[in-house]
Design a protein. Structure first.
Ligand SMILES: CC(C)=CCC/C(C)=C(\C)COP(=O)(O)OP(=O)(O)O
Ligand SMILES: [Mg+2]
Length: 431
């Protein structure tokens, strides 16, 4: 007989009620009132230490437009049937969404994919981030051998990060996200995937690399061996250095939030690897659970550090905010599954992604499975936007709305990067 499903602890009526969305929102509103009272109404945008480099001369016109569009959407709320009650009253009659300028020539969106175009990222910033990240990769962490240069350039990380963080006050702030993005991909490529990665022994490698983010505290005898190990391969050098820069700008709780997200990511890698080792294709919901961990989440959740402010830890940890973050992370990661589908089909062995798992487990044609994966993505996106709008309305404090806006523009920038990265991705021939 199958074991009964575990149910959440329900020690009191209020614990049971806490599973209703209404309770969560009411709780968020009460919490916001408490915090406003405790801070004497001061804005809840805590400061993080300023970074040394002054802002570049580039005016963030396009950036402001991108951020404004995303905030409009969040505060405007969902627009489908039956969603009127979710719309924040103060946004009734909000201005029309800001139109993005002409889309770039390259890359087509997945047909039918619910997404929002973003303005072209500022080319001055893109070039500067591109220049600095290459110098970091080559001179500070010796990230890759010469013959990987094309792939490094083709990844276009400058364009990615400038599109995702239009509110970064300076290029130094953008570099915090850019180094981490490169380091995360180095670990994925070199430990898990096609640059020498393998599921065999992955747990040990990941754990030791994780200590570059979450340091070992041990005896005098063993500490030096550990410290040396952080320089012994490219993924660890990259994690160590990127984290050192990040810690210099983040508050302790922002750094810890990031470590937690990275532990989640590593757990997701391990489940994916375990399934690959036994050639197991999980059920669709199991795949979605794995992909909620093997996920872009560590990237949007640093939006406040990159923006030069802090969403206080308690507001980040609230269940409504956690749900919004998870939905956003899941939507962005399914975007990857859709855009990287043909690349992964062409790679050796079976690479799991949502269309592949749906086709296999639900016994449907590849094209139908791909279309169903688009529907899954779209539902996640609509849920993300509805829940973000509800949270912004229930908890109208500046740190919350700015953070939600930061997550929303990250989601849009991530889609932009996948769509335009034709060096890396190409759509299947299903239309
Ligand atoms: C940047 C970051 C936190 C990455 C973590 C996990 C990751 C590499 C993805 C979510 C992207 O998925 P995937 O491994 O399938 O990447 P590609 O399709 O190879 O670009
Ligand atoms: Mg992929």
């Amino acid at each position: 007989m199958p074991a009964p499903e575990p149910s959440p602890p329900q020690s009191s009526p209020s614990a049971a009620a806490s599973h209703s969305g209404a309770y969560v929102l009411a709780e968020a509103a009460a919490r916001a009132r408490d915090i406003r009272a405790a801070t004497g109404g001061r804005p809840l945008v805590a400061r993080v230490p300023p970074l040394p480099t002054p802002p570049p001369a580039d005016a963030p016109t396009a950036e402001a437009r991108a951020a404004g569009g995303a905030l409009d959407r969040i505060l405007r709320g969902p627009s489908g049937l039956g969603t009127v009650s979710l719309r924040p009253a103060r946004c009734e009659g909000a201005s029309a969404p800001v139109e993005a300028p002409a889309a770039p020539a390259e890359g087509s969106p997945v047909p039918g994919l619910y997404h929002h175009p973003v303005p072209e990222p500022d080319p001055v910033r893109v070039a500067e981030v591109g220049r600095r990240i290459k110098s970091w990769a080559l001179d500070e962490v010796e990230l890759y051998p010469e013959d990987w240069e094309d792939q490094f350039d083709g990844f276009s990380v400058g364009r990615y990060m400038v599109a995702c963080h239009p509110d970064a006050p300076t290029v130094d702030h953008l570099m915090l996200a850019t180094r981490l993005m490169v380091a995360e991909n180095a670990v994925d490529d070199c430990y898990c995937e096609d640059h020498g990665g393998s599921p065999i022994g992955l747990g040990g490698r990941l754990l030791l690399a994780h200590t570059a983010l979450d340091p070992l505290h041990t005896t005098k005898e063993y500490q030096p061996r550990w410290a040396e190990s952080l320089h012994s391969d490219a993924p660890r050098r990259a994690y160590r250095s990127a984290m050192e820069y990040f810690r210099g700008a983040a508050s302790p709780s922002q750094a810890d939030r990031f470590r937690h997200d990275m532990a989640r990511l590593h757990l997701g890698y391990l489940a994916e690897a375990a399934w690959a080792q036994t050639d197991h294709v999980p059920e669709v919901w199991e795949y979605l659970a794995m992909r909620q961990f093997n996920n872009f989440r560590p990237c949007p959740t640093i939006t406040d550090t990159v923006g030069g402010y802090e969403l206080p830890a308690d507001l980040h940890a609230g269940p409504a905010m956690q749900r919004v973050i998870a939905l956003a992370g899941n939507a962005t990661t399914i975007v990857n599954d859709l855009y990287s589908y043909t690349k992964e089909l062409a790679s050796p062995g079976r690479h799991l992604n949502l269309p592949v798992v749906i086709a296999e487990r639900e016994g449907i044609a590849d094209r139908d499975a791909y279309m169903k994966a688009i529907d899954v993505h779209n539902e996640l996106m609509h849920d993300f936007e509805a829940e973000a709008a509800a949270l912004a309305a229930a908890c109208p404090v500046p740190g919350v709305s700015r953070f939600l806006r930061g997550v929303a523009v990250w989601v849009d920038g991530n889609h932009y990067w996948h769509r335009t990265n034709t060096y890396r991705y190409g759509l299947p021939d299903f239309w």
